[in-house]
Write a protein that binds this ligand. Structure first.
Ligand code: 5AD
Ligand code: SF4
Length: 452
């Protein structure tokens, strides 16, 4: 497919790119890495599809709704592509990996289908389309993603994400991720450290390590490497102030890692560890490998060692066979744990997964009602927990102007609360103390304390 590229890499004809991303943080980072590669090739990013020579969607397959959105965006491009056949339209990421060739059948005006492990070859793939003008399909799932990160091209100068492992071997019964992201592959500590060092040298103060199943980081690497080892190494990096990691799986989260977290000064008091359900029966059918009791004990242990640790979770409502009693157990778990925040999803059957063989027997109406109930419950808990912060001084890494009020600054605490306060632009990128005097369920509002 790539053997007869005629145009040079500095092709001057295709200069603008529009990129839209759906789904998780790793997708957002892949988009950033892809755009970095394209910018190095001379592309300019535009924020309107009809001003672009190349239109790319980085897609998500985790729920049907996310796929429907992309197909509707693609459909809307048909007319534009008819008027300007030279425009390249590409589908990247999970949906590309999952649907492959079928995307060309359903949307013949799409030129490129590029899977989850091929985006680092985007510049070549685009050239290939330019030269051959045909559909290009690149979905080799055994590829190791190896991107030379262009650190200068990133969304936030002071906070960055680093992918440390890709893929998932867990096969939870509802989840498409192992099928679209492939088996777990970890990057070496040296590799991650080098990327972190480059980011820090470029002004970055906080890194969030990404992996679909981050607690099994190191599996497959030589020498029994663990996430704890990686955290310890990064903790020693001069200039780096904070480290986070997502997403944790309760069955793979070791007490040893919790002890390591409590020991390392730069690792933030924050854990995103989805419970998914509070019912043991449902957890078993989800193939999660733990019980609600086990989950609660793990959180108790973490809170014992790291008193102010904030815990976030995901929940799925309406999994096949979920009764009112099962749901009530989820409500109970939420009340017992008191999460900082939660993402709540209605179950969406994914073809090819184990659960797709079970009857999707909870009606949409019930799913919606359960979703709403959990959202409201969590909103109340978040508000009450945030109210406990009033009168407290928190350390904030200032990220930039607040999205809701551009006259104010916004940043995050170590526990990942959003903090909004008055201050001048020279504070951006600094760690400062803010006194909290007002809160909502979503954010803390405060006044600047003394800063150096
Ligand atoms: N239906 C609904 N939600 C899902 N998730 C994963 N698969 C599905 C599905 N089939 C949710 C889980 C996961 C989050 C990223 O998406 O809660 O933690
Ligand atoms: Fe979506 Fe999951 Fe793929 Fe992330 S890994 S893009 S959430 S399907």
């Amino acid at each position: 497919m790539m053997d007869s590229i005629i145009f040079t890499h500095k092709d001057q004809q295709y200069k603008t790119v529009f990129f839209e991303t759906f789904g998780c943080q790793m997708n957002k980072l892949d988009a950033e890495l892809s755009l970095g590669l394209l910018q190095e090739e001379g592309y300019r990013i535009v924020d309107k599809a009809d001003e672009a020579d190349v239109i790319l969607f980085n897609t998500c397959s985790v729920r049907q709704h996310a796929e429907d959105k992309v197909y509707s965006h693609l459909g809307a491009l048909k007319k534009l592509k008819k008027r300007h056949p030279e425009i390249i339209v590409g589908v990247l990421g999970c949906m590309a990996q999952k649907d492959g060739e079928a995307i060309f059948k359903r949307m013949p005006h799409v030129d490129l289908v590029c899977g989850t492990r091929m985006f680092s070859r985007l510049p070549e793939l685009l050239l290939s389309i330019r030269n051959h003008g045909s559909h290009v399909l690149a979905i080799d799932e055994d590829q190791i993603v190896n991107v030379k990160r262009a650190v200068a091209y990133r969304a936030n100068m002071y906070q960055a994400f680093i992918t440390v492992m890709r893929g998932c071997d867990n096969f939870c019964s509802y989840c498409i991720v192992p099928y679209v992201r492939g088996r777990e592959i970890s990057r070496t500590i040296a590799d991650v450290k080098e990327e972190a060092q480059a980011l820090v040298s470029n002004g970055c103060k906080e890194v969030t390590l990404l992996g679909q199943n981050i607690n099994s980081y190191g599996k497959g690497l030589s020498g029994n490497v663990t996430l704890g080892d990686l955290l310890s190494e990064l903790n020693d990096l001069d200039g780096l102030e904070r480290i986070r990691f997502v997403t944790s799986h309760p069955a793979d989260m070791s007490r040893d890692l919790i002890r390591t977290m409590s020991r390392l000064g730069k690792v933030c008091e924050h854990l995103h560890m989805p419970a998914q359900s509070g019912s043991d029966q449902i957890l078993q059918r989800m193939r999660r490998g733990y019980t609600a009791g086990y989950y609660c004990d793990l959180i108790s242990y973490a809170r014992e060692l790291i008193p102010h640790i904030a815990v976030a979770s995901d929940f799925i409502v309406g999994f096949p066979g979920e009764t009112d009693e099962d749901f009530q157990e989820t409500v109970q778990l939420m009340e017992d744990i008191r999460f900082q925040n939660c993402f709540i999803f209605k179950y969406s059957p994914r073809t090819g997964t184990k659960a797709a063989g079970l009857e999707d027997d909870v009606t949409d109406e019930v799913k919606r009602a359960r979703n709403l109930k959990l959202l409201e419950l969590q909103k109340g808990i978040s508000l009450e927990e945030n109210q406990k912060m009033i009168g407290k001084k928190v350390q904030v890494l200032v990220e930039g102007a607040s999205k809701s009020d551009s006259n104010k600054l916004s940043g995050r605490t170590r526990q990942n609360h959003i903090v909004i306060f008055n201050g001048s632009a020279d504070l951006v990128g600094r760690l400062i103390d803010v006194m909290i005097h007002e809160v909502t369920d979503l954010a803390l509002y405060g006044k600047l304390e003394n800063y150096p």
